[in-house]
Design a protein around this ligand. Structure first.
Ligand code: OAD
Length: 257
């Protein structure tokens, strides 16, 4: 580990021992260490210009397509679920969950729909892009939560009314879930002492904003990402490495004191 990383890890571990209020913001890079593809970058899901259907993925996985051609949306959703099904939480998910138990106030804001934070035992998770395992009817109030899609039809229909069933994930062109957004806004009003931005390209304003806000109010920020992102320059510490290794080292330093 480079010298500046070691120093940063010691300092972040010291900050965590003061029981700060913490927001962990996570993205696809956290699950990369569980073998899942990221959306952007090498091997990224959206890097193949077009889908099998010859249309961009942003169209194939859009709210409009769900109504026009639900079979296309569901084909891609089934593929994402198939990749997720084989995946297990890695040390980053595990350590984040354990820090949630140790700290008085620690919240996970994740863009990931894979459910791996919850699988690792994280308790307070805000899934801003939804969770693949939550299904609901597009016409009536029927909804359910499934462990996986093994017994799901290609294009599932509601057992109560026969209408189309959808996964409760945010498709392209759709609004964010209002309940999650409302909770995030309330928590940001209270504020955080420390924000982690982990494995995300930080492309969305609502993912960048907690970092800016926290820094402006005198809090500190950590970025865990091998790459540079729009929030990198604003972070107090940057760990330019994979999430699993970074969190393993961080927990070791925290417990070592
Ligand atoms: P991206 O694929 O945009 O970014 C993944 C980030 O993780 C990149 O910045 C990588 O450098 C970094 N990364 C890769 N491997 C890593 C590792 N082992 N450890 C740490 N970082 C690593 O993923 P997100 O930022 O999550 O939205 O993408 C945000 C949203 O874009 C997704 O939720 C999805 C997509 O559109 C919806 O589906 C609504």
């Amino acid at each position: 580990m480079p010298q500046d990383h070691r120093r940063a890890i010691t300092e972040i571990a010291a900050a965590l021992r003061t029981d700060p209020s913490v927001l962990f913001i996570t993205g696809a890079g956290v699950s990369a260490d569980s073998g899942l593809p990221t959306y952007r970058g090498v091997g990224g899901l959206y890097d193949d210009a077009d889908t099998d259907e010859g249309i961009p993925i942003e169209e194939a996985l859009s709210g409009g397509m769900l109504h026009a051609r639900p079979d296309i949306v569901w084909r891609h959703i089934h593929r994402i679920e198939a990749a997720t099904r084989a995946a297990r939480p890695n040390r980053a998910h595990d350590v984040i969950a354990r820090f949630q138990q140790r700290l008085t106030r620690a919240i996970v804001l994740t863009q990931n729909v894979d459910g791996l934070h919850r699988a690792a035992g994280a308790t307070d998770v805000l899934p801003i892009h939804g969770d693949l395992h939550d299904l609901s009817c597009t016409a009536c109030s029927w909804s359910t939560r499934v462990d996986d899609f093994e017994h799901l039809e290609d294009v599932p229909r509601c057992p109560a009314c026969g209408a189309l069933v959808r996964p409760d994930v945010v498709l392209f062109g759709e609004l964010l879930p209002p309940g999650v957004v409302g909770r995030l806004e309330r928590e940001l009003d209270v504020g955080f002492d420390l924000v982690f931005s982990v494995g995300t390209s930080s492309g969305f304003p609502y993912i960048q904003a907690p970092v800016w806000l926290t820094r402006r109010r005198g809090g500190r920020a950590v970025e865990v990402n091998p790459d540079v992102t729009p929030v990198s320059a604003a972070c107090t510490w940057r760990l330019k490495t994979g999430a699993a290794g970074a969190f393993e080292a961080l927990e070791a330093a925290y417990l070592d004191a």
